[in-house]
Structures are given as structure tokens and as C-alpha cells.
Design a protein around this ligand. Structure first.
Ligand SMILES: [Zn+2]
Length: 412
């Protein structure tokens, strides 16, 4: 095992100890005592690696290696350090540790960047305490307004400001960061899916974070007695819904390129075992890296629904959410790929099916993202695991890319 890999393992291990549920995975909610402990650990590591540490008014952590150009925008590198309840040790921290280790390589190699390198550790990406998610990145980019931030409370009615003060954070510190201060953002994250593991490839270069749309579909028929209503006299809302739902997977498969569609929720009314269902409400979640695929599935879904929309069965479709796919920066994608090739590290292109801070930072800066395999494709569980060797490979790729982006100079 190389030094780099040992250091990575040690840090992942150490950070995972800051959990409210020892022995049952990582539970590190934002502004909790465990947040405070992880925060101290990360800040100390940043100082050990020669970075200047500061926090913003949300409690996001920044460790900066100054550039030689005055007031130049920074290359940010990192991820989030909160977790879901009973989650794993890698979702978030893998990216924070990778950022730290890239900065360590700058130090070890005596590199001085022209543009500053900033390691970042963001709060509340999961939204497990205050809801919504991506709070650190939305906050620092100004997409989450100060008033809205202050109004958020957790399930016990504790406000963000009270919770911050509880662990000694200062909400009066500057919050929004001027977009001009960010040149680029790099993030390593675990894949949280099975693709890289199946292909036995250690690195996925993310092309896009998928776009997503969600529908709620209501099918209305007529209730009736399950024993006395003949089969040809029924308007069964559940049977119609079932026919539609059964065809939804093929709508996604027709598009291919990783397009997915899911019905995850179904409510039946009146929901009695001897009553013909009068109404069903179900959801459809459609995701793809390419917007045209999402649009095609929507069109075909509407056609499918229309074909069941008859006199006795009334169907209404309501779109609940639409987010377009967020492409990563083509120049950074090609630099990440070039670095992988130069280092002889196998990689493939991949889309992210989940949202990440990188998606938010892409609104204000050039963004690139790497994935590493997740064992059995699982995350958000104590069983979540990734190989520190893969993290080390990602660090080497990110180091090469960060050197290019920060335009390093070598000093003897
Ligand atoms: Zn994450």
C-alpha cells in the first residue's frame, strides 16, 4: 500500500468515527456535535497541509493554498461532510479527503499555483436535518437566500441559526461568494450505483448529472362491489393504472443511453379488498443525461396515458418537477481523461443519476467530476464501501488536473 493510500484510509476511518450511531453506520447531521468533531478534524488536517482555513456564514469550510496572481479566482476541490441517518463512510468524505490529499501533493512536491487551490468541505448536502439538500453549495453560490436559510428548522423546531450557535459557528460571517472568485470546481464522489463495479473500471469521468422530471398521475374510475359488479360493467382505476405502469420501463429502454423511469409510489382508493378501486394516484420519475430522451419519454408517456383515457376512466397528468441535465465542462472532462490515460488508469464516461454539489457549482463555474466504484452499487447504508486504492487513483488524476487548472510553477 502506498503512503497516499494509507493516508486516505486513515482519514476516511477517522472521519467515520464522528457518528451519532456508532456500530450502526454514519449519522452526522449538519451542526450536530458530530459535525463539530468532523469539522475540527478537517480544519486541523487543512492546517497540517499548510492551507489557510476559514468558514463562511453557513459553516462551509475552505482551506486555501494561495496563488501567485493577486486576487485570482480559485480552483475548488472537495465535497460534503454531512451524512444521511445510518449512512456510510464514503458518501461525501471520499471527496473531501481526495481534496485534502491533492493539496498534500502540492505541498510535498513544493508546487506553487498561479491560481489558488481551495479544498472545500460543504454542509447539509443530504438535507437530512433541514431538508432540501445541497444547502452548502446553494448557499455559497447565492441560490439559497439568507432569509430562506434562516427560516429553516429541523424536526424538533431548532432553527439553522440556533443550531449553528450551538456548535460555536458564526452565522454573521460572509455567506454568498462572488462567482468571480471561483474558476473551477472538481469533485470526487462514490458512484452509488453498479456500473463501474460491473465493468471493473476504477474511474468514471462524469459527463453530465442527469436531468429529472417527476409526474403525478391520477386515474379515476368508478367504485363498485367486488362481488356483484360483472366484469364487463367495471371502470377499475387500478387495472388501468397497472396497464400504464407496466409499460413505463419500456419507454425508458427505448431511449437507451442510461435513461431510466420509475414508478415508486402508488395509492389506491378506497383501498378495500372487496371494493373496485375508484381512484389511483401514482408517480413517474424519469431521468437521463440527455434532455431529448427525457422529452421523448414524456411525449410517449402522454400518448400511453391518452390511450387509456376513455369515457369511464379519467386520467390527469401533473408535472411536479423538471430539472434539465447539467453537463460537466468539456475542457475539464478532456483534462481528466487525458490525465487518466497518462497515468495508465482505466476510465469510462458515466452519467450521474443523483444530484451533487457539482450540479449547483456548475451554475457559476467550470465543473468536473469523477466517480469511483461502490461495492454492490449500494450507498446510504452502513454497508457502503469503496476501495481506498480507487480513491488514490482519483487523487492522482485530480492532482494532474488541478496542476493544469491552477497553472503551477515549480520551485526548488
Ligand atoms: Zn454525496
Amino acid at each position: 500500500m502506498t503512503n497516499l493510500q494509507t493516508r486516505i484510509e486513515e482519514q476516511i476511518d477517522n472521519i467515520s468515527k464522528f457518528t451519532a450511531t456508532p456500530g450502526q453506520g454514519t449519522t452526522r447531521l449538519t451542526y450536530s456535535q458530530e459535525d463539530k468533531q468532523a469539522r475540527e478534524y478537517i480544519k486541523n488536517k487543512m492546517m497540517e497541509y499548510g492551507l489557510q482555513v476559514r468558514e463562511d456564514g453557513f459553516g462551509n469550510i475552505f482551506g486555501k493554498l494561495d496563488g501567485t496572481i493577486q486576487d485570482a479566482p480559485s480552483i475548488l476541490i472537495g465535497s460534503h461532510f454531512d451524512s444521511v441517518p445510518n449512512g456510510g463512510s464514503y458518501d461525501g468524505p471520499a471527496g473531501v479527503v481526495a481534496g485534502l490529499e491533492v493539496s498534500a501533493l502540492f505541498k510535498e512536491n513544493n508546487l506553487r499555483p498561479k491560481y489558488p487551490l481551495e479544498v472545500i468541505a460543504l454542509i447539509e448536502e443530504e438535507g437530512s436535518r433541514f431538508g432540501g439538500g445541497l444547502m452548502g453549495s446553494r448557499g455559497m453560490t447565492g441560490l439559497l437566500r439568507e432569509e430562506d436559510f434562516q427560516e429553516l428548522t429541523d424536526q424538533n423546531g431548532v432553527s439553522t441559526l440556533e443550531a449553528m450557535k450551538e456548535i460555536g459557528l458564526d452565522p454573521s460571517l460572509p455567506k454568498k461568494r462572488a462567482p468571480e472568485t471561483i474558476k473551477a470546481y472538481l469533485e470526487l464522489h462514490i458512484e452509488q450505483g453498479p456500473i463501474l463495479e460491473d465493468k471493473k473500471i476504477p474511474i468514471g469521468v462524469v459527463e453530465a448529472i442527469v436531468g429529472l422530471t417527476q409526474f403525478e398521475i391520477t386515474v379515476e374510475g368508478r367504485a363498485g362491489h367486488a362481488g356483484t359488479t360483472p366484469m364487463d360493467r367495471r371502470s377499475d382505476a387500478l387495472v388501468s393504472a397497472a396497464h400504464i405502469i407496466a409499460q413505463i420501463p419500456s419507454l425508458a429502454k427505448e431511449e437507451g443511453e442510461g435513461t431510466v423511469a420509475t414508478t415508486g409510489k402508488l395509492n389506491v382508493f378506497p383501498n378495500g379488498s372487496n371494493v373496485i378501486p375508484s381512484k389511483t394516484v401514482f408517480t413517474v420519475d424519469i431521468r437521463s443525461g440527455k434532455e431529448e430522451h427525457i422529452k421523448n419519454v414524456i411525449r410517449n408517456l402522454n400518448e400511453l396515458v391518452d390511450s387509456f383515457n376513455k369515457d369511464e376512466i379519467q386520467i390527469t397528468v401533473s408535472q411536479q418537477l423538471y430539472m434539465e441535465p447539467r453537463a460537466m465542462n468539456p475542457n475539464i472532462i478532456s483534462q481528466l481523461k487525458k490525465a487518466s490515460s497518462n497515468l495508465d488508469i482505466p476510465y469510462c464516461s458515466i452519467n450521474s443519476g443523483a444530484g451533487h454539489d457539482a450540479m449547483v457549482l456548475a451554475e457559476v463555474a467550470d465543473v468536473g467530476m469523477l466517480f469511483i466504484p461502490s461495492r454492490d452499487g449500494v450507498s446510504h447504508t452502513p454497508e457502503e464501501w469503496s476501495d481506498s486504492l480507487d480513491i488514490a487513483k482519483a487523487v492522482e488524476i485530480l492532482f494532474e488536473t488541478a496542476k493544469k487548472l491552477t497553472e503551477v510553477e515549480v520551485f526548488d
